[in-house]
Every structure is written in structure tokens, then in C-alpha cells.
Design a protein. Structure first.
Length: 118
């Protein structure tokens, strides 16, 4: 069950950093979405949507993969930046795999749409 704080949510500095990192990843790759996650040790990982003939990942799946490949076992929070107004099932599953308690959705300009508690 997700509890949404709503679009008027003011983020703390650590969550705002995730949105900034996700925006940067999206911009560098000129991708549909960017995402960033923070692991249990406070380390952050950012990634963009991957669309190759042999591999397709949502930005959040790619960020989770980066975290896991660096040894993360749990996530404190995740942010996804792009046009989506809700988290797609693949991204949601990736976040759930590491027990992510908070997912932030933001527009391309960084405006927070929602901060959901999973």
C-alpha cells in the first residue's frame, strides 16, 4: 500500500539531492527518465532509461542495478524524474526488491509530483 504525501511536498536535503541526481542522469543521456537511489549507507546511484536492442531497463531498474552491483542490500529512498505520474510495475518491483520505503516522482523540471511511502 502506498501513502502519497502529494505534490506540494517539501523534500529534505537528502531527498532533494536524489531529484537533482535523477535530473542530471536524464539530461546527460537525453533519456525519457532519470532515477537516483540512496542505499542504507547513504551512497547514491543515478541512471537513465536504457533502450538498446538487447536490453531495456527503466531508469529506476538501472539505478537499482547500479546500487546492487556496488554491494547495496537495501535502499532508503528513490527518485524518478520524467513525464510519468505513477511508478510503472517494473520500476516498482525493482524498488520493492530492496525494500525501498520512499519513492519520489518528479517532473523534468524537478517539480515534485508525489512522495510515496511504500
Amino acid at each position: 500500500m502506498m501513502q502519497t504525501d502529494g505534490p506540494a511536498t517539501v523534500l529534505d536535503a537528502e531527498d532533494a539531492k536524489l531529484v537533482t541526481l535523477a535530473r542530471g542522469a536524464r539530461g546527460r543521456a537525453a533519456a525519457v527518465e532519470g532515477a537516483a537511489v540512496r542505499d542504507e549507507d547513504g551512497r547514491t546511484y543515478a541512471a537513465a532509461t536504457v533502450e538498446l536492442p538487447s536490453l531495456r531497463l527503466t531508469a529506476l531498474q538501472a539505478a537499482v542495478a547500479a546500487a546492487v552491483s556496488s554491494g547495496a542490500r537495501a535502499l532508503e529512498a528513490a527518485a524518478v524524474v520524467g513525464a510519468a505520474t505513477s511508478l510503472d510495475p517494473s520500476s516498482s518491483a525493482a524498488a520493492s526488491d530492496l525494500g525501498t520505503p520512499v519513492v519520489i516522482l518528479a517532473a523534468a523540471d524537478g517539480t515534485v509530483r508525489s512522495r510515496s511511502k511504500v
